[in-house]
Design a protein around this ligand. Structure first.
Ligand SMILES: Cc1cc2nc3c(=O)[nH]c(=O)nc-3n(C[C@H](O)[C@H](O)[C@H](O)COP(=O)(O)O)c2cc1C
Length: 225
């Protein structure tokens, strides 16, 4: 902490990028879900643009106390309804979302200098979807999720290791099916009413195209960077 990092020098990598402009007349679609799909496919299918966990998204929630909190989750699916992820309903985010369904998601894909903001309300996904997804996960992930009462205070790391060992023993004795989905583990879908597509530009005149939903109709506008 004694020698401050030169953050400007670290950012130098971005300086010579030539980003495409995001122009209204050249948008391939006026449907924000389709545009999201196009941008996601773009980073997902071009190896040189891809990086691990490009479906990682920052999720912000605000509970009854009006204090926002953010954390990363993994987007598991998206459709013309919304964007879904899985978590523990008893976790901090789960409790906040039960108190206030409003949430915001932020994707950031640095190699293409793009971010997407999505805001809306969440709904719980059907339990059958959670069971199907739970059963598709590798055993180690299921054990890890089941070993953790997410967001609760624990005495030490050993507490988790002991719980993991118990569950591994259970799976060895009774088969993988014994590692069943915890009651509190499930999915949410964020149903958007606001999208912002942000295309960064080296000169800081970034493009920001916003879609807002008003009585089922999406309107488009450009906002200043
Ligand atoms: C890249 C990344 C992906 C993550 N994906 C998830 C996820 O899909 N679901 C989840 O519950 N936590 C996920 N986490 C852990 C969360 O960031 C967080 O630590 C946890 O959900 C507890 O948050 P909370 O106490 O605010 O509820 C992920 C963390 C990272 C860094």
């Amino acid at each position: 902490m004694d020698t401050p990092l030169d953050i400007q020098a670290w950012r130098a990598i971005y300086r010579n990028m030539s980003e495409p402009f995001l122009l209204e007349e050249k948008l391939p679609t006026r449907d924000p879900f389709v545009l999201f799909d196009l941008w996601f496919r773009d980073v997902a299918t071009h190896r040189e643009l891809s990086f691990e966990e490009l479906n990682a998204v920052c999720l912000s929630t605000v509970g009854r106390d009006s204090r926002p909190s953010s954390r990363m989750v993994l987007m598991k699916a998206y459709s013309t309804k919304g964007v879904s992820f899985y978590t523990n309903y008893d976790s901090r985010k789960g409790v906040q979302l039960s108190e206030n369904p409003n949430a915001s998601m932020l994707f950031y894909w640095p190699k293409v200098h793009r971010q997407i903001r999505i805001e809306g309300e969440v709904e719980k996904l059907p339990m059958e979807a959670a069971v199907a997804y739970w059963n598709s996960r590798p055993l180690a992930s299921r054990i890890g999720s089941k070993a953790s009462k997410q967001s609760t205070t624990i005495p030490d790391r050993q507490f988790l290791e002991d719980r993991k060992a118990e569950l591994e023993k259970l799976a060895a004795e009774q088969g993988e099916e014994a590692i069943s989905k915890p009651e509190s583990w499930g999915g949410f879908i964020l149903i958007p009413r606001y999208f912002e597509f942000w295309q960064g530009q080296s000169d800081r005149l970034h493009d920001r195209i916003v879609f807002e939903k008003d009585s089922d109709v999406w309107t488009l506008k450009r906002i200043s960077p």
